[in-house]
Design a protein around this ligand. Sequence first.
Ligand code: KG4
Ligand code: ZN
Length: 361
Amino acid sequence: MSLTVLGIETSCDETAAAVVRVGGADRVRVLSNVILSQIADHAPFGGVVPEIAARAHVETIDAVVAKALTDAGLTLSDIDAVAATAGPGLVGGVMVGLAFAKAVALARDLPLIAVNHLEGHALSARLAQDIAYPFLLLLVSGGHCQLLDVAGVGACKRLGTTIDDAAGEAFDKIGAALGLAYPGGPALERLAQGGDPSRFTLPRALAGREGCDFSFSGLKTAAARIAERLTDDESRRDLAAAVQGAIARQLVERTARAMAVYPRGPDGQAPRFVVAGGVAANAVVRTALRALCEAVGFTFAAPPLVYCTDNAAMIALAGAERLAVGLTDGLDAPARPRWPLDEAAARLQPSHIPGRKGAKA
Ligand code: KG4
Ligand code: ZN
């Protein structure tokens, strides 16, 4: 039997809708994947402005959902359930997508699935590739930097997280200090091409330290200070290369620690590693993590670029996998600005200290 799910994503600056079918002839089939970026609306402000984002979602959500259905060649009568991001994220935007999904669910008498955006990222690699549970996940985006043991939907255990900034946030802020437009990550990757990563020495936070947490604020401050006094393009290129290398190195070092304690499969199979989230689009980061996997005997997977950054196909997939095991939500499901995947781990210090993290934490 197949399940066809409409997914909606509005937690940051992309208004996105997708239709995904699971089961039947194909394991997973993405029938449509519409992403309307608001980057141009936010660029003049150097970052995402929550009120502008919420308003833009309201203005475009109807058309984006309609296009997702048209692209899939379907109508709402062909949909088995509707899934929407219910957090964590900018709550004004989350409310828009979730309320829209509730309205569709109520009007068409369909099940609603309130999806955790992080669970969407966690499952995103499964959109294009059959990756069995469990796997070790590095979720590395603008709002998050976490290592998770993903055993299935609703079964994620956090092994480590950032104690200050997310890696994507570091890319964005250092990008801004280098005069690059928002979002800084892709722009910094382009700038770094041909740069000498060894010219500038940057701090190595947590190097050799116990555990699998991350820290990027020292790197961010140090790089921003250096950026202020640079006057020529070659130096800016070298600094960008050094920053990218330093971020990749920390991701590798901390992931290696998680791998050291991660169990092998019961049949002695090689354990699986997945990297997902916007920063997984970075080629240097991917290459470094792939090399780590080869060195320590993990299989490596990363979603295609279009599923790394925010999208609704991953939300539809999480919705479909939840629906398949009977996990649906009531129309009173709340929009949640904060919503850790692993509530127990989130209660522990030093992570998830209210007010200390990015907008999407
Ligand atoms: O997953 P995502 O779209 O949104 C969040 O849930 O945060 O990730 C966006 C983040 C931004 O910080 C952006 O700068 C970063 O991912 N990013 C990159 C690259 N592409 C996107 N960072 C480094 N290199 C890239 N190529
Ligand atoms: Zn995201």
